[in-house]
Design a protein around this ligand. Structure first.
Ligand code: SF4
Ligand code: SF4
Length: 616
């Protein structure tokens, strides 16, 4: 308990009750409260009550005639000034959100393509080709050939780059080469098979312009094509380039929770892409910088890679123990610089494109990554002496977890193939596989949705794969460590006991969302079942942005039941809602399920998996 934080101290504070099921989060939010600092949870309260037009999806600002709004309950005039229906208004917003998410992913992919080309062309010594086996595997799948490995790497990078920038009409190469045939056929038949990224982004912005495409379903289908591109070109590129350039990873041992912070060390929190994160970690081992840290009075230098999920990003600053926080573009609250001003933390942004007023801009590139990483560590060491003792609070919550493996790392951990999972599905030991993914959202109690659904699924013999902030929810709540096998049903326990894996398996940050689909492709191949008939599902219990929504649609396009816990802004658009929750099922086999109650959501998912059971 924070000194001075008695039960009485809670009375009159701005935040009432607990915002999270993760203990340190509540402690630090109360500390912020006592110190007059507004966290995301405070700022969310200031937005209340949120506007009903916006919440239900019928507020339009697509031209300066607006804003137009339609009464969600059917009173008043049924369209905006131009005649746009609630369905059209909601569909355009949905498309815009997905475009924002997918474009962010695209920017990350371009960073990785640039890094791969820098390696292949000898422009950097900071990175190398660590995993030629994975390169060859992927080159074979895509039909690429070259005599030397570096030429093959360049050819892969350039092929993906061409697909990204292509404006012509050929279908997406990675879809045709990677995705199960039956799914590609469905996409082709139903006008969902995307072309190059540039072409589809152009079409997306064209359609959502005022007075252009007035068919809400045509607009939603554009969002689905963009989501497929996101998965199969943007996050795919980031995922495979990470594996090729940084190497394969086996499941390892990690610690999550803000208790990992050490009061004796210089602390650097980082929220950046894996390709840059590793460089900062390496820089912290530099003997000269370590010596400098010792001279400043610290025992060492800690570089802390997300020890919590995105919504917790402000809390390390509030401990008073963080010298530097390094961010890029990945869901960074602009308000962190305001919070940092009240403590001693310096904020550094390393994104080459995005800016953050009040932060120190130190763009990282493949050519300068090691040098900039050292500058960041030096800045942190120098800032150590500026700690304010009266502001220091050391959190205690630490939760061990299994760190995320790469695809081949996980395959090896299962003995060389995903056959054991397929066999367990076939003989009924497990009911299926569910991907839990993406964000946390101050609209709901932090981590509660992720935890409740994952726990109920594993208790009922469902294997859970998890990505992004959902992965960190599993880590923080103890579900992602081998010990949690004791919570699993007997069948799931039997499957995992031999492999020392947890029943909720972490698969990486959300920038690498695609790995789980590549794994599901392999499981379905082992099963010999059409992909969209296999007992798979997805859930984003606390999603909040376009990156998450894009993934939600991408799973639906693959025939998965795709659950969301926080309600999308389509509720006053019955045509759009019906298309996503009912009609999509007739096309791909996948559908959207909107269920805010996590317990009820888990039941819906379980029923769905039972319907898809492959056990005779
Ligand atoms: S596009 Fe139509 S509904 Fe939207 S703001 Fe303009 S006039 Fe209003
Ligand atoms: S999971 Fe969502 S909130 Fe978390 S980093 Fe990714 S997009 Fe942002």
């Amino acid at each position: 308990m924070i000194p001075g934080l008695t039960e009485k101290a809670y009375i009159g504070l701005k935040i009432k009750g607990y915002v999270s099921i993760t203990p340190d989060v509540n402690e630090l939010v109360k500390k912020a409260d006592l110190e007059g600092v507004d966290t995301v949870w405070h700022r969310f309260q200031y937005q209340q009550p949120q506007c009903g037009f916006g919440l239900t999806g019928v507020c339009c600002r697509h031209c300066n005639t607006g804003p137009c709004r339609v009464d969600p309950f059917g009173y008043g005039f049924p369209t905006g000034t131009c005649g746009a229906s609630p369905d059209l208004i909601a569909s355009r917003d949905l498309l815009d959100l997905v475009v924002h998410g997918a474009t962010t992913r695209l920017q990350e992919a371009l960073i990785m393509i640039n890094t791969a080309k820098a390696v292949a062309e000898g422009r950097t010594k900071d990175y190398g080709l660590k995993n030629p086996e994975r390169l060859h595997e992927l080159a074979d799948t895509l039909g690429l050939k070259a005599e030397k490995d570096l030429d093959l790497l360049k050819s892969l990078a350039e092929t993906l780059e061409t697909e990204i920038h292509r404006l012509t009409d050929e279908p997406l190469l990675t879809a045709v080469k990677l995705v199960p045939e039956e799914i590609v056929e469905i996409w082709e038949k139903n006008d969902l098979l995307p072309k190059g990224f540039s072409r589809e982004l152009m079409d997306a912005n064209y359609r959502s312009n005022m007075g252009t495409d007035s068919d809400p379903i045509s607009v939603v289908k554009q969002a689905i094509r963009i989501s497929i591109l996101d998965g199969l070109l943007a996050t795919f590129t980031t995922t495979i380039m990470d594996e090729i350039l940084l190497g394969d990873k086996a499941p390892g041992k990690g610690r999550s929770g803000l208790g990992v912070i050490s009061p004796d060390n210089v602390n650097i929190f980082i929220r950046v892409m894996p390709v840059f994160a590793g460089k900062i970690k390496m820089a912290a081992q530099d003997p000269k910088l370590l010596e400098m840290a010792r001279k400043a009075g610290a025992k060492g230098i800690s570089v802390i890679i997300p020890s919590g999920n995105m919504i917790m990003q402000e809390l390390p600053i509030i401990t008073g123990l963080t010298e530097v926080m390094v961010v890029d573009h990945q869901c960074i609250y602009p308000h962190i610089v305001e919070i940092a001003r009240k403590y001693h933390t310096k904020i550094v942004i390393v994104d080459p494109v995005a800016k953050l007023p009040g932060a120190i801009h130190m763009p990282m590139t493949p050519e300068n990554a090691s040098r900039v990483a050292k500058e960041i560590v030096r800045l942190a060491v120098k800032n150590y002496v500026n700690r304010k003792p009266e502001k220091i609070y050391r959190p205690t919550h630490i939760s061990e977890f299994t760190t995320n493996p790469t695809l081949n790392g996980l395959k090896k951990a299962f003995g060389g193939s995903f056959k054991p999972i397929a066999d367990a599905i076939r003989d009924g030991s497990i009911k299926g596989v569910v991907v839990m993914h993406h964000c946390t959202n101050p609209k709901v109690k932090h981590n509660y949705g992720h935890y409740t659904i994952a726990k109920k699924l594993i208790e009922n013999d469902v294997l859970v794969l998890t990505m992004g902030c959902s992965m960190m929810a599993a880590a923080l709540t103890g579900l992602a460590k081998p010990d949690s096998i004791k919570l699993a049903g007997n069948g799931l326990m039997r499957l995992l006991a031999a492999f020392n894996l947890p029943p909720v398996i972490p698969l990486g940050p959300c920038v690498e969302t695609t790995r789980e689909l590549l794994i599901l492709y392999e499981i379905s191949k082992e099963l010999g079942t059409p992909f969209n008939k296999a007992p798979f599902a997805a859930s984003a219990p606390e999603w909040m942005n376009g990156k998450a929504l894009s993934a939600v649609l991408y799973y639906m396009a693959h025939g998965l039941l795709s659950h969301v816990g926080t309600v999308p802004q389509i509720l006053a658009a019955p045509g759009v809602e019906k298309f996503l929750t009912e009609e999509m099922e007739k096309i791909t086999g996948g559908k959207l399920v909107i269920e805010p109650d996590p317990d009820a959501a888990a039941d819906i998912i379980l029923k769905h998996l039972e319907k898809r059971s492959l056990t005779p």
